[in-house]
Design a binder for this molecule. Structure first.
Ligand SMILES: [Cu+2]
Length: 306
């Protein structure tokens, strides 16, 4: 005669329940602590510009909801593995569907997606649309062709990607008159004023690059033949001994020295920014005078052209 089917003894069942609960709590705790333990590591960088802050808070909403779903699903999985594992002589119950459960988790998943959609659309405008400059920022003229703040006032910096360096041209005419206007420019390190809405006009001279300074917002591709746009508004300026510098990296594999295509953005007070701009303009003017003199000397001595 066969042995009778024995159920799990109550003591062992309680122990299994406790184990499953502990595993679930440990997993939940780990996920809740993760963002603070790896702040800026698994969550987007913040603090450099309001659009970066909005991207980060949207990311965290999705992360936390996903974390709760993860804990529930993995908890149920581990509980089932332990509670219903193969036992000598046990016969598994044969279950065929459960309409209430199936409708339940379909509706729950749909509701989660609706909630994520609503939260995303609430955050999107703050990521896409630039705000006004603060009263203590630099305020220049308006433009109709670029994304503009509500009051229409911002400053423009042109960002030009090329293998393998970023070039920045300063001034609202930077797209059309970078050279004829003898506009100030710099390579690799961008200088920008604090509390000011800075619109970036992004272009490329060769292949597709991608402008990305995580603390200042999302990635924007630099595509040959097109102008793309983004913006930032940095709240803090560098002070003596305490530079405010944000680091970036070309985020599109653009050739063999792609890794060398780094970017830095140094935030200055509006007064320091204006001083830096005029100093840069002076340096360019001096260089132009020297080039003109050199050309005259070379031409006079027959060493330049025919
Ligand atoms: Cu690149």
């Amino acid at each position: 005669m066969r042995h009778a089917v024995h159920d799990v003894p109550p003591r062992r069942r309680r122990r299994l329940g406790r184990l499953a609960l502990t595993l679930g709590l440990v997993a939940l705790l780990g996920l809740l602590l993760a963002p603070s333990a790896f702040a800026g590591f698994i969550t987007p960088k913040t603090g450099g510009s309001p659009n970066a802050d909005s991207i980060s808070s949207l990311y965290k909403v999705v992360l936390y909801i996903a974390a709760v779903v993860f804990v529930i699903v993995e908890g149920a999985l581990f509980y089932s593995i332990l509670r219903f594992r193969a036992k000598k002589g046990a016969v598994a119950a044969q279950i065929h569907g459960n309409t209430r459960l199936e409708i339940g988790w379909t509706v729950a998943a749909a509701l989660i997606l609706v909630a994520l959609t609503v939260v995303t659309f609430i955050h999107l405008p703050a990521i896409i649309n630039p705000p006004d400059s603060s009263a203590n920022g630099v305020v220049l003229s308006a433009s109709v062709t670029r994304p503009t703040p509500p009051n229409g006032k911002s400053i423009t910096i042109c960002v030009q990607g090329r293998q393998y360096i970023w070039r920045y041209t300063y001034g609202n005419q930077c797209l059309n008159a970078a050279f004829s206007g003898k506009l100030p420019y710099s390579y690799q390190t961008m200088y920008a004023p604090a509390n000011t809405t800075v619109i970036l006009d992004i272009q490329s001279t060769d292949v597709i690059h991608s402008w990305w300074v995580p603390s200042l917002g999302g990635k924007v591709d630099a595509v040959p033949g097109y102008t793309t746009y983004t913006w930032f508004k940095a709240p803090h300026a560098s002070t003596p001994g305490n530079p405010v510098v944000f680091h970036g990296q070309c985020a599109q594999l653009c050739g063999r020295s792609h890794a060398a295509m780094t970017a830095m953005v140094r935030i200055l007070s509006p007064a320091d920014y204006k001083a830096w701009l005029s100093h840069q303009t002076d340096l360019i003017n001096q260089a132009n005078v020297q080039v003109t003199q050199l050309r005259q000397i070379l031409t006079a001595s027959g060493n330049l052209g025919g």
